[in-house]
Design a protein around this ligand. Structure first.
Ligand SMILES: [Zn+2]
Length: 432
């Protein structure tokens, strides 16, 4: 009898081969006096994540294709602009079209015709966001923000957490649903991404210390249940490629809780770690370092929901390997363009007659072929092509930023590159 071995390294009738997923480090950042880890350690590094659908060279930017699609941009165009992998949201795909459809299609990558690795989040963020009216970015700038801005008062609560899971009302049709560790694992196994996340409880920076403590313990209990369900599904869903599971570290801004949560996640049989939850912007790098102090270096680390260029540098320097962010697409559709000289809006009056590309010297498809005046016009006219062109440029900006950071670490000039890039980007008081 000959065995059928498909290109993804799985065999018909056999459980997935876990060795299809692995991580190797290429270059480590040298430790420095300014290092935020124990003894001045800096955890930044370059490496390669091997997955059944291909390799990811890290640090890497992971564009967010929420509903198994980048809004207004085809997967082929994402490949062309240099994206290595995409992340979709389990909750959205569970609501529509349903995880069975993706399973039938052969998994997320095949469903959306994406030739490369994919991620799904656990659904926890979306489900719990229904409960509190969170700000959508997790690295929050809390200065001047009141708790009412985050936990909206008088807003209908759409999600309720109990020990076993979360009950929530569908924003699509108001029907009641339930998510738990086991349900999230079953959904994500059917969605078929290469990298999945454990179901965790997301808190905000406004929750009390005692609630954060309870939440960290609950997330640990859910993490154990996720690992058990994941292992069971890996053994029983035959002929499928291996799906890696990352545990998520919560603990808000508290060093002791972050360290505790990280050592709890490190004690379980996860393939990698997700750095999650609300983090005060100024503490992002430090939080990553606390977590890395408690983690084996052999596991890749994903930072969930990065918001800005300086956040990316802080997270890379302190051990983040991969980063997802909705900012380039969401801002691009509103006309906000990221360039090395900062973020500016192409819909300003001065660009109406400006026939230069969005960014001079940018080699993205948009900048090679279209002008500021044209993109400005399309966005004002709400033409879909405007969303396409702005998104292509912005996604390319972040993908290339991470490519350049990777090259800088490998060649030993990360510190100079960081200093020069941030000085130039924020020289005119740019946001983002
Ligand atoms: Zn461009």
């Amino acid at each position: 009898m000959t065995l059928t071995l498909n290109p993804l390294g799985c065999e018909e009738g056999k459980p997935a081969d876990r060795s299809a997923f692995s991580f190797e480090t290429t270059t480590r950042l040298p430790d420095s006096a300014a290092g935020l880890g124990r003894g001045g350690k800096r955890y930044g590094r370059t490496g390669i994540i091997h997955t059944p659908h291909g390799d990811i060279r890290t640090p890497a930017f992971v564009p967010v294709a929420t509903q198994s699609a980048m809004k207004a941009v085809l997967p082929e165009q994402m490949k062309d602009l240099g994206a290595q992998c995409l992340l979709s949201n389990a909750f959205h795909l569970f609501e529509r079209p349903g995880e069975d459809v993706l399973d039938e299609a052969g998994g997320l990558a095949q469903f959306m015709n994406w030739d490369g690795p994919t991620y799904t989040d656990s659904g926890g963020f979306q489900v719990l966001s229904l409960g509190a009216g969170f700000k959508k970015t997790l690295a929050m700038d809390v200065q001047g923000m009141k708790s009412d801005d985050v936990i909206a008062d008088g807003k209908e609560r759409m999600a309720f957490v109990d020990e076993d899971g979360v009950t929530f009302k569908s924003p699509l049709n108001g029907s009641l649903h339930r998510f738990s560790a086991e349900i999230s694992m079953r959904i994500q196994h059917k969605l078929g991404a290469d990298i999945m996340f454990a179901f965790d409880e997301l808190t905000t920076l406004m929750n009390t210390r005692s609630y954060q403590e309870q939440s960290v313990e609950r997330t640990f209990r859910w993490a154990k249940r996720c690992v058990a369900e994941h292992q069971q599904l890996t053994q029983t869903r035959l002929g499928k490629p291996y799906q890696a599971l990352f545990g998520v570290v919560q603990g808000a801004n508290y060093e002791d809780l972050r360290r505790l949560a990280a050592s709890q996640i490190a004690s379980l049989d996860f393939d990698g770690v997700g750095i999650g939850g609300a983090i005060e912007k100024q503490l992002l790098g430090q939080t990553c370092a606390w977590i890395c102090d408690e983690m084996p270096e052999s596991r890749p680390r994903h930072v969930l929901g990065i918001a800005a260029v300086n956040d990316i540098f802080d997270a890379v320097e302190n051990g983040g390997d991969t980063f997802d962010c909705v900012a380039p697409a969401r801002n691009g559709r509103n006309g906000a363009i990221f360039t090395r000289d900062g973020r500016w809006n192409v819909k300003r009056a001065e660009f109406k007659h400006d026939f230069r590309p969005l960014e001079e010297d940018c080699d993205c498809y948009t900048c090679r072929n279209y002008s500021r005046a044209y993109v400005d016009h399309l966005l004002r006219a709400r033409e879909f092509n405007g969303f396409t062109l702005a998104t292509i440029h912005n996604e390319h900006f972040f993908v290339k930023l991470l490519d350049d950071i990777r090259a800088a670490i490998d060649a030993g000039y990360f510190d100079e590159f960081k200093r020069e890039t941030l000085a130039r980007f924020y020289a005119h008081g740019s946001r983002g």
